[in-house]
Design a protein around this ligand. Structure first.
Ligand code: F6R
Length: 369
C-alpha cells in the first residue's frame, strides 16, 4: 500500500528518517550501544583480527562507508568486497576473520554463496539484513537486523541509510568490546546517531522541492558525474547507481582524488557534476581539496551541483547549485548527503515519466548468480 504516495519509492524516501530511527531504537542504553542479538559474542569480537564486508550493489556502498567507521572506532582492518568477486578467487580467510554480509533482501544469491564460501573457509559470519528470517541471516553465525521496514521499490533507498546505521552500531559496539573506543568518543557518536533522523527530515522538508525542480530542468541530460572523497566517495557511487537505475541516464561516480588521474578528461562545457563537499570543520584538509577539484572542473566548463553543509560559504562562488545538508560529524555525513541524491534520481525519473518503482530489466531480489 503506497499510503497516498505517488510511488513506493516516494514513500520509502520519506521513510528514511524512520529507517534510521528504528534501526537505532532499543540499541542504546546508558550512553552505550547494546545490541542484544550480539550477546555472548564479545570473545569472538576480541579474537578476530580482520573484517571482510561482502555485499552487492547499494549494500556494497553501505559497506564501503562502514569501513571508515569500523577502522576508526574499532581499530580493526576492513576489506570491503563485491560478493561475486570474493567467491571466485582464492581468498585468504580463516577463523580470525569476521565476514560481515549486508543484504536488504537476505536472498541475494551472490552474497549468499560468498557467505557460505567464507564459512567453509572457517570465517565467522555476521549478517546485516532487513528481512526477518531470510536465507543469509539463517546461514550466518550472528545477525544484526536493520529495521527499515519492507522495501518494495526495486531500487534501494531507505534500506541503504539503515544499513549504514547498522554498521555504525556494529562499529561502536565492537570498538567498545575491543577497548578501542573511548567513552567520550562513544557518547558523542551516540548523540550524533540519535540526531540523524531529524536532520534527514530537515532535508526532506527544506530541500526536496528545489531538488525536484532541478531534476525537472535536467530531463534532457545525457550524462551526470558524481565526485566524492573519503566517506563521500561511496555516496558518489550510490548517487550514480541510483540515477542509472531509475532514469537510464549514463552516470559515473569517482573518487575526487582520481580526477586528474583520468576522469577530468570527461569534463566539457555544460557537463553536470555532483560534488559531495566534506564539512569545512573536519580539519579543513579534505574540504579544501574538494574545493580545488571544483575549481578545476569549473574552469573546464562543468556545471557544478554541490552537496554541502549548511553554512559552508566557501562553495558558493564555485557552485552552480548548492544542495544543503545539516551539520554532522564527518563519519555521519553519508547518511545525510545521500538523501539529496536519492531525491534527485527519483525526481529525474519521475520528470521523464518513468516507473520509479519498477525500472526496466531489474529485479528486487537477485536470486540467481
Ligand atoms: C540498488 C539495488 C541493488 C541492491 C543489490 C543487493 O538500488 O537495489 O543494487 O542493492 O542487488 O541487494 P540486497 O541488499 O537485497 O542483497
Amino acid at each position: 500500500d503506497k499510503g497516498g504516495w505517488s510511488s513506493f519509492m516516494a514513500k520509502e524516501v520519506a521513510e528514511e528518517p524512520d529507517a534510521v530511527a528504528k534501526t537505532v531504537l532499543g540499541r542504546v542504553h546508558d550512553g552505550q550501544i547494546v545490541i542484544p542479538e550480539l550477546d555472548g559474542m564479545d570473545e569472538l569480537f576480541q579474537g578476530v583480527s580482520r573484517v571482510i564486508v561482502l555485499a552487492c550493489g547499494t549494500a556494497y556502498y553501505a559497506g564501503l562507508v562502514g569501513k571508515y567507521a569500523l577502522e576508526q572506532w574499532a581499530r580493526i582492518p576492513v576489506d570491503v568486497e563485491l560478493a561475486h568477486e570474493f567467491r571466485y578467487r582464492d581468498a585468504i580467510v580463516g577463523p580470525d576473520t569476521l565476514v560481515v554480509s549486508i543484504s536488504q533482501s537476505g536472498e541475494t544469491m551472490d552474497t549468499l554463496m560468498a557467505v557460505k564460501e567464507a564459512a567453509r573457509l572457517g570465517a565467522k559470519t555476521l549478517s546485516i539484513c532487513n528481512t526477518q528470517g531470510a536465507t543469509i541471516p539463517r546461514e550466518s553465525d550472528a545477525i544484526v537486523y536493520t529495521h527499515a521496514g519492507p522495501e518494495v521499490a526495486v531500487a534501494s533507498t531507505k534500506a541503504f541509510v539503515a544499513q549504514i546505521t547498522a554498521l555504525y552500531l556494529l562499529a561502536l559496539h565492537v570498538g567498545r568490546v575491543r577497548g578501542a573506543l573511548s567513552a567520550e568518543v562513544g557518547v558523542e557518536a551516540i548523540e550524533e546517531l540519535e540526531a540523524l533522523p531529524e536532520k534527514i527530515q530537515w532535508i526532506l522538508d527544506n530541500e526536496q522541492g528545489r531538488i525536484e525542480q532541478l531534476a525537472h530542468w535536467m530531463t534532457d541530460t545525457r550524462s551526470v558525474l558524481f565526485l566524492g572523497r573519503h566517506v563521500g566517495f561511496p555516496i558518489a557511487l550510490e548517487g550514480a547507481l541510483k540515477l542509472k537505475e531509475l532514469s537510464y541516464i549514463h552516470a559515473e561516480g569517482f573518487a575526487a582524488g582520481e580526477l586528474k588521474h583520468g576522469p577530468i578528461a570527461l569534463i566539457e562545457p555544460g557537463q553536470p557534476v555532483f560534488v559531495m563537499v566534506p564539512s569545512p570543520r573536519d580539519g579543513a584538509t579534505l574540504h579544501s581539496k574538494v574545493i580545488s577539484n571544483i575549481e578545476e572542473i569549473r574552469a573546464r566548463g562543468a556545471r557544478v551541483i554541490a552537496v554541502a553543509e549548511e553554512g559552508d560559504a566557501a562553495v558558493l562562488p564555485f557552485a552552480d547549485e548548492v544542495l544543503r545538508v545539516p551539520l554532522a560529524a564527518p563519519l555521519f555525513e553519508p547518511v545525510l548527503s545521500v538523501v539529496p541524491l536519492h531525491i534527485f534520481a527519483m525526481g529525474l525519473a519521475t520528470a521523464k515519466g518513468l516507473d520509479v518503482d519498477q525500472p526496466r530489466n531489474l529485479a528486487k531480489s537477485v536470486t540467481v548468480e
